[in-house]
Design a binder for this molecule. Structure first.
Ligand code: MF3
Ligand code: CO
Length: 268
């Protein structure tokens, strides 16, 4: 069942999504070679608590951390660990929280130092594909229009692998609501979009093949070919002419550009 939100509820959800963005902004300030993803997890946990919110991933179906930290060939759901990050790593930080009973859930991929041009291209194209999907998140389009826009830009145009096993989702008073939001599909198919549907749109794009597997921990999803993967996610409200993006990359990007350890050359 799809749950549409009132304008007042959308305002609350914007607060929740923006608090995730603010937390990711704190991450963007401190990322550097030598820091561990467990350090980042602790930072996020305390920032969320200090802002009167509750982490939503922690204990979700037994997930044991506040954030998902997915490095290089980890696509999503990577456990934070004690391995120091190093130059050349790409790190997706995905995080969810509950503020005033409303969920926010979004993700950003950071690049530490120098990486091959092929990695810069993958990060750029994945972020672009998220916005191409968002452009289709308007009233009377269908879920398949968003999905196709993402697949078209990544798989058809650039030859990347679009992960099939994992999808985006509706979001609201629950982390995962209907409908499912795949990153592949056919135009003109799937549920019709109505005003004030809130979607977490989250392309998970592999440089190589689309095939993935889950490690024995039951969570960590990796590319089969060992090539890198990138993950970006926004919380988006369907509107009549132009979708309203509830999360805010601008503050993350400002901190990212100000951090000399992070590589923003693909967009700045
Ligand atoms: N953004 C992902 C999702 O919405 C992250 C979920 S991780 C989990 O599915 F720990 F909450 F499962
Ligand atoms: Co999500």
């Amino acid at each position: 069942m799809i749950i549409y939100k009132t304008d007042a509820e959308i305002a609350f959800m914007k607060e929740s999504a923006t608090l995730v963005s603010k937390t990711l902004t704190e991450v963007a300030k401190v990322l550097k070679p030598g820091i561990t993803t467990l350090d980042i997890d602790a930072l996020c946990a305390s920032f969320i608590k200090d802002h009167n919110a509750i982490p939503s991933f922690l204990n979700y179906r037994g997930y044991p951390y506040t954030i998902c930290a997915s490095v290089n060939d980890v696509v999503v759901h990577g456990f934070p660990n004690k391995v120091p990050l190093k130059e050349g790593d790409i790190v997706s930080i995905d995080m969810g929280l509950i503020l005033n009973r409303w969920h926010g859930d979004h993700a950003y991929t950071f690049i530490i130092g120098e990486v091959p041009q092929a990695v810069l291209d993958l990060v750029r194209v994945t972020k672009e594909s998220l916005y191409k999907g968002i452009e289709k998140a308007i009233v009377n389009n269908r879920i398949g229009d968003i999905a196709y826009a993402i697949q078209e830009h990544t798989e058809m145009k650039h030859g990347y692998g679009v992960v099939r096993e994992l999808v985006g989702h509706g979001i609201g008073k629950s982390l995962h609501e209907d409908p499912q939001m795949p990153n592949y599909g056919k135009r003109g198919t799937g549920p019709k979009l109505k005003e004030n549907l809130v979607l977490a749109i989250e392309p998970m794009i592999n440089m190589g093949s689309k095939e993935v597997y889950t490690e024995d921990d039951g969570w960590t999803v990796k590319t089969r070919d060992g090539k890198p993967a990138v993950h970006f996610e926004h919380d988006v409200c369907v509107k009549r002419n132009k979708a309203l993006i509830l999360s805010d990359y601008s503050i993350i990007e400002a901190a990212e550009k100000a951090n000399p350890n992070l590589n923003t050359s693909y967009y700045s």
